[in-house]
Design a protein. Structure first.
Length: 317
């Protein structure tokens, strides 16, 4: 079993499909293996995974983690839980128009539901999953601060939101001496999509990490929790890469990636994760479905890139 050796280089275990695409036995085995390897951070959401659940609602992933914790005495003290509010479907209408949103009432109900399913009285990280411009940032920030003040939430983060909205919310919190967002969660990997391929109006149009978001993270001292860091297997199965990645930059980056992977005697996935983890602000969220995938990711944590190797990947010739 691979052992994690550096806390600052830890990746986060993504559990989006636990309990739906992945059955309970497999999910429990992966959770056990992750913790046995030294993993601590587990990421879920109250809406996971409504699109795969016959009920049309989320909560399945949280409930599974809750059952896992109940069957593992002492496990709660070894892990940090991360969950989200804002994207769970309502009872009527089509998603995303019918999503729960971020009103104070919705946030209060959502956190109570999440804590109940997880079987805990606190989560270490709580995210607003999607922006909700029908609600003022003051209302959202006040509601989140109340959760932190009550001790049911540790830290706050914003997922799938543009940098300017995150910073505006942080300013509201600062002006009122409230707890503020300290992290953003966005899709981020070594390969980059064409900016013009990100069509406005798509529900995930603000879910991509841009150079502006990266500048925001580093300038303000935030964390970037990077989801889909391995592009759903696209590094080893090119047919899975969206059309947005079909441009000359991808060709140059893959050539640099393969050269360094060969030099390190590592896989593409491991080299990508090592590159991401070389940035102290980045926390890759790795979703796995097999023990082999988990072990491959764990091995990347032990890799350390030199400044030259990092530079060769970041700015390939």
């Amino acid at each position: 079993m691979t052992t994690f050796v550096e806390e600052q280089k830890m990746f986060v275990l993504g559990t989006m499909h636990f309990g739906t695409r992945l059955d309970e036995r497999t999910s429990f085995e992966l959770l056990d293996r992750f913790v046995d390897a030294g993993g601590t951070r587990i990421d879920t959401a109250n809406c996971y995974a409504f699109w795969s659940d016959p009920s049309g609602h989320g909560g399945t992933s949280e409930a599974l983690i809750g059952r896992w914790l109940k069957q593992r005495p002492g496990m709660r003290d070894r892990i940090q839980l991360s969950t989200k509010v804002g994207a769970e479907p309502g009872e009527t209408g089509q998603w995303p128009a019918n999503r729960e949103g971020l009103s104070a009432t919705a946030i209060k109900a959502a956190v109570e539901g999440s804590l109940g399913r997880l079987g805990v009285d606190r989560v270490e990280m709580y995210w607003t999953h999607m922006d909700d411009r029908s609600v003022s940032l003051t209302e959202v920030s006040r509601a989140l601060n109340e959760l932190v003040s009550a001790g049911v939430v540790g830290r706050l983060g914003a997922s799938n939101q543009p940098a300017w909205r995150v910073e505006a919310a942080r300013q509201v919190a600062a002006a009122n001496n409230w707890a503020a967002y300290g992290a953003v969660q966005l899709s981020y990997s070594y390969l980059r999509p064409r900016p013009e391929a990100l069509v406005p109006g798509n529900v995930h149009e603000h879910g991509w990490a841009t150079y502006e978001s990266l500048d925001h993270v580093h300038t303000e001292g935030l964390e970037l929790w990077a989801y889909s860091p391995l592009l759903v297997g696209g590094y080893t199965r090119p047919e899975r890469l969206p059309e947005a990645y079909e441009h000359p930059g991808t060709t140059a980056r893959l050539a640099a990636l393969d050269e360094l992977a060969s030099e390190l005697d590592a896989t593409r996935h491991q080299t990508v994760l090592a590159w991401l983890l070389a940035d102290a602000a980045v926390r890759p969220i790795v979703g796995v479905s097999t023990a082999a995938q988990l072990d491959e990711a764990a091995a990347a944590v032990r890799m350390t890139l030199t400044a030259d190797q990092f530079s060769r990947l970041t700015t390939p010739a």
